[in-house]
Design a protein around this ligand. Structure first.
Ligand SMILES: Nc1ncnc2c1ncn2[C@@H]1O[C@H](COP(=O)(O)OP(=O)(O)OP(=O)(O)O)[C@@H](O)[C@H]1O
Length: 305
């Protein structure tokens, strides 16, 4: 599939500090890519360069074949942006706001305005004043606004900040439908790993200005089991002797092992006089994986918020 957006050796140096270091990343139509990284990793700087708010010191951003370095305005005309709290006129209806924003672009028809309203499920409330909308509705109106000019690429920075779980779910559902029907490449930066896990098809992880991982969410994760047996030290040693990777977890152990190996392990435990209390599959969350990729530590605290 041809990418809609390509970051090509994108770099940003401020003073003597390399904040973004040769970033290469492609985003594809109809695909939602999450952008993760600990505080200070360089997400905001990358996004600012992708939407033309900051100039790169090296490399390029290419959107639908158009280089931001060479054809800045044409490239930017293909981008739709949603920031945390979209600016709306509260005293005007949602509809009038959209009409107002439509004037900022060429060729946005009345039919297109009606279409984006349907896409975000706002038909019933669109003629009411924005001041009466919930945060979730304002966010969806922001999404409609960003879509007016049929962007090829939609970028969302912390899109669900402040939304309640129902609002988050609604936003996610609409975003998914829009990515598919409009064929836009979506790029979402968020601190909420559980949300990224539900919303995205793939994730890109940045740390110290470098891309450290890109992976598909559908990629099968490795198989882990939680095993609780006493004495735990003896159990751990037996597993290590088998050449398995073992971590302490609560009162037991997390073991990287395939299901078919479990009966053999249980037989050896019993032969060695161990008492087994629990054996159950252990699903690693994106958070577990993220902390492993980026080294945990202070990052764990950052993400515990
Ligand atoms: N104008 C600047 N001058 C010097 N350093 C800067 C400047 N802007 C950003 N930085 C540094 O660049 C690094 C990346 O910052 P950036 O805001 O892009 O990170 P981030 O991943 O968005 O972090 P957060 O999750 O905290 O928002 C940080 O170390 C920051 O201190």
């Amino acid at each position: 599939m041809k990418p809609v957006v390509e970051l090509k050796n994108l770099s940003k140096t401020i003073g003597s500090k390399k904040i973004i270091d040769n970033l290469n990343l492609s985003l594809y139509p109809g695909t939602i890519t999450g952008f993760l990284g600990p505080n200070g990793a360089g997400k905001t700087t990358t996004i600012r360069m992708m939407v033309g708010l900051m100039k790169q010191t090296g490399g390029d951003v290419v959107i639908d074949g158009v280089s931001l370095r060479d054809n800045f305005e044409e490239g930017l005309s293909k981008v739709g942006v949603i920031v945390e709290n979209p600016e709306m006129y509260k005293f005007m209806s949602g509809y009038k706001n959209l009409v107002h924003f439509a004037r900022m672009h060429k060729n946005v028809t009345k039919e297109r305005i009606d279409e984006v309203i349907r896409q975000v499920g706002m038909q019933n409330r669109i003629h009411e004043k924005v001041g009466t909308y919930s945060l979730g509705m304002r966010q969806r109106l922001g999404l409609a606004q960003a879509l007016l000019h049929r962007p090829k690429f939609l970028i969302l920075d912390e899109p669900t900040n402040g939304l309640d779980p129902a609002g988050i779910r609604e936003f996610r559902t609409y975003l998914r439908q829009i990515a598919e029907t409009e064929g836009v490449a979506v790029f979402v930066s968020s601190h909420m790993l559980s949300e990224i896990e539900l919303m995205c098809d793939r994730i890109a992880v940045i740390q110290n200005g470098k891309l450290v991982d890109i992976r598909e969410m559908s990629e099968t994760r490795e198989s882990f089991y939680y095993i609780e047996a006493t004495p735990v030290e003896k159990a751990k040693q037996l597993l290590l002797d088998e050449g398995l990777t073992v971590d302490d977890f609560n009162n037991g152990l997390i073991v990287n092992v395939e299901q078919q190996q479990i009966p053999g392990i249980m037989r050896s435990f019993i032969a060695e006089g161990l008492e087994v209390f629990a054996v159950q599959p252990h699903k690693k969350t994106l958070e577990d994986e993220f902390l492993e990729m980026t080294g945990g530590g202070q990052i764990a605290e950052t993400y515990a918020k």
